[in-house]
Ligand binder design. Structure first.
Ligand SMILES: C[S@@+](CC[C@H](N)C(=O)[O-])C[C@H]1O[C@@H](n2cnc3c(N)ncnc32)[C@H](O)[C@@H]1O
Length: 189
């Protein structure tokens, strides 16, 4: 038996992405934060692949750089100090996956949060870059101020995606307290 993956949105999103991404792929971490997903993606794509990671906070860039260095995995990763809504300016190849982790930086400034308009712009751009059979995961944390509005806006957007082009899944941990994050997974057909 492998490790449990139904414990939370983070583990489940990693499980889903690991079924799709392989060595040599190009992928995006849309919300770098402390770098956990960046490191996870770098391990999947290997030194022959490429991870583009975005964040608007210097703290996130520094924390992620430090985490990658500790693991000796800082090659093949581009840490971009900029908004994910501008990903098309940096990423010029198709991607196998993109991971979004919405909300604020854990142990960071809780006032700096992802916002509905730029999040949806970024999802639209990631969908354009996505290869057939590629996956986008979106973990929606919404317990903070402004979080509910973002959750509603993102759900409205993904519910409207054409089913002939995309399969869209919503996973809710329905017996957990305190606004457990909702996980969205989008597969391009
Ligand atoms: C929930 S945290 C991400 C956690 C991260 N995945 C990890 O493993 O630690 C959300 C991050 O999104 C970042 N963020 C907010 N607006 C952004 C934007 N427009 N583009 C990219 N990142 C953004 C925040 O600065 C914050 O670090």
């Amino acid at each position: 038996m492998g490790s449990k993956f139904l414990t939370n949105a983070t583990n489940l999103s990693k499980h889903i992405v690991s079924q799709v991404v392989k060595a040599g792929d190009c992928v995006i971490d849309a919300t770098m934060g402390n770098g956990n997903d960046t490191l996870f993606l770098r391990k999947l794509v290997g030194s022959s692949g490429k991870v583009f990671a975005f964040d608007i906070q210097t703290t996130a860039i520094n924390n992620t750089k430090a985490l990658l260095m500790v693991h000796g995995l800082h090659d093949s990763v581009e840490l971009i100090h900029g908004g994910h809504e501008d990903m098309d300016l940096y990423v010029h190849e198709n991607i196998a996956a993109a991971m979004f982790n919405l909300g604020f930086l854990p142990k960071g400034d809780h006032q700096i949060i992802t916002n509905p308009q730029t999040t949806i712009q970024a999802i639209e751009k990631a969908l354009l870059l996505l290869l057939p059979n590629g996956i986008i995961t979106i973990s929606i944390y919404y317990g903070h101020e402004g979080g509910l509005a973002e959750k509603d806006a993102v759900l409205r957007f993904v519910e409207g995606l054409n089913q002939r082009e995309f399969s869209v899944l919503k996973l809710d941990f329905i017996n957990q307290k305190n606004c457990p994050p909702v996980l969205i997974a989008i597969e391009k057909r």
